[in-house]
Design a protein around this ligand. Structure first.
Ligand code: ADP
Ligand code: MG
Length: 397
């Protein structure tokens, strides 16, 4: 599907996205820059992506009429959030190319299936996930006490719908585990052993319909309260052997899934004395990812550009990073002072710093923990990027 093309019926080349959040917004921007028209299906009238798209279909994600309209308007369709009903993607796929597929999005939506997939390709990827047990019944809860004391202390995570550290509870004892499971509603969960992390990183891979794969170098991520806070993207952000291993593992996982589009694979690094450290695969996101936002400003093709290329069947150029970068997430907290009073962030001072790239998502209401935007810092060398990031963070806290 070439950008700018018009079909026999006079319809312009249009790309569609399920979901109207910030990832959809940045996808829409990338598609439009290439010359595509865009359509967003999103119930919220004021969504970040809906506000900037040529077409905004304002229905629920599983509305048959809305889906039919999206399929009618678009030559190819993607998703920007992983909890899109897999059935909706299935419906769209009856008439249009949909990337990623309903099947792989379904796997990523469920930690139990996700971990089973990681296990199934462990030999190819060279990585395993943290020790865990599935907890769907009281018997399985009991079995932890008897058979898997090694999983405590651990983290109980709901199999579905968790994000940004939500839907998980840290537990030290069997008693705490039982309480936590009740608190999470007794739904399907995994209990994961708490690992002593020395770092976290993620890898973005783009894979085309023909199986061609390109990838970005791994970025190192710092989470605070389960939410991504800072991404370090520059050479030397982690030991080279570890970076190579993570990148190879992510590519192997994408191939094994038969994935099409941009996939983000998240890893834990656990000190194990070996050259590459203990690399443990955590989870995957079937879409561009918050940890890849720096690619917009620091690379010659962003993760959103590659998502457009992959779904539209355009060639996938190997992206090149032309500047070291640090990304700071801007949560709603930045819009409140220490006393909890609303404040306008110090944009004037921040934007006067060299190499700062501000991205706000167009959300009107700032709330604690809500992703409002991000700030990427680029520069001539790692030291100056770190220095500016440090000053910017100081101005925003
Ligand atoms: P989410 O879907 O909310 O991103 P994650 O499984 O990635 O859920 O967990 C969020 C964060 O919690 C991780 O980035 C990491 O900092 C921490 N965490 C999760 N699982 C473990 C674990 N097994 N051991 C140590 N820390 C963990
Ligand atoms: Mg995560």
């Amino acid at each position: 599907i070439f950008p700018g093309s018009v079909d026999a019926a006079g319809q312009r080349a249009t790309l569609g996205v399920m979901g109207g959040g910030q990832l959809g917004r940045m996808f829409v921007h990338a598609a439009q820059r290439l010359g595509y028209f865009t359509a967003v299906l999103e119930p919220d009238a004021q969504s970040p992506a809906g506000l900037v798209s040529h077409h905004h279909i304002q229905t629920s994600y599983d509305d048959p009429a809305g889906l039919a309209q999206l399929a009618h308007l678009c030559q190819a369709i993607t998703t920007e959030f992983e909890n899109v009903p897999a059935q909706a993607l299935q419906t769209l796929a009856e008439t249009r190319p949909v990337a990623p597929s309903a099947a792989v999005v379904g796997i990523a939506q469920n930690r139990i299936e996700e971990k089973a997939h990681f296990a199934a390709c462990a030999e190819l990827s060279g990585v395993t996930c943290a020790p865990y047990a599935v907890i769907e019944t009281p018997d399985q809860l009991q079995a932890v006490q008897n058979d898997r004391p090694d999983l405590l202390p651990g983290i109980l995570k709901t199999a579905r719908l968790g994000y940004d550290g939500k839907g998980q509870i840290r537990v030290k004892t069997v008693a705490e585990l039982a309480t936590a499971w009740t608190e999470l509603g007794g739904v399907a969960c995994v209990l994961e052993k708490m690992l002593p992390l020395t770092a976290e990183c993620s890898v973005l891979v783009a894979r085309g319909w023909d199986g061609q794969v390109v990838s970005f170098a791994p970025q190192r991520n710092v989470h605070v309260d389960g939410i991504l806070a800072v991404t370090h993207a520059y050479e030397g952000n982690m030991p080279p052997a570890l970076a190579d291993k993570a990148r190879d593992a992510a590519v192997a996982i994408a191939h094994h899934l038969g994935y099409v589009g941009v996939l983000c694979v998240e890893f834990f690094v656990v000190e194990d004395g070996s050259e590459h450290g203990g690399l443990v695969v955590n989870e995957m996101a079937p879409r561009p990812h918050n940890s890849g936002h720096y690619t917009l400003d620091a690379c010659d093709a962003s993760q959103f550009d590659l998502q457009v290329h992959a779904m539209a069947g355009l060639p996938l150029p190997q992206p090149r990073q032309h500047s070291p970068a640090i990304m700071l997430n801007l949560l709603g907290d930045v819009w409140f002072d220490a006393a909890g009073q609303p404040q306008e962030p110090a944009w004037g001072s921040v934007l006067s710093l060299p190499g700062t790239h501000l991205h706000l998502y167009g959300k009107t209401e700032a709330r604690a923990g809500r992703k409002m935007g991000h700030l990427t810092i680029t520069g001539p060398d790692v030291a100056s990027v770190k220095d500016v990031a440090h000053r910017a963070a100081g101005l925003l806290n």
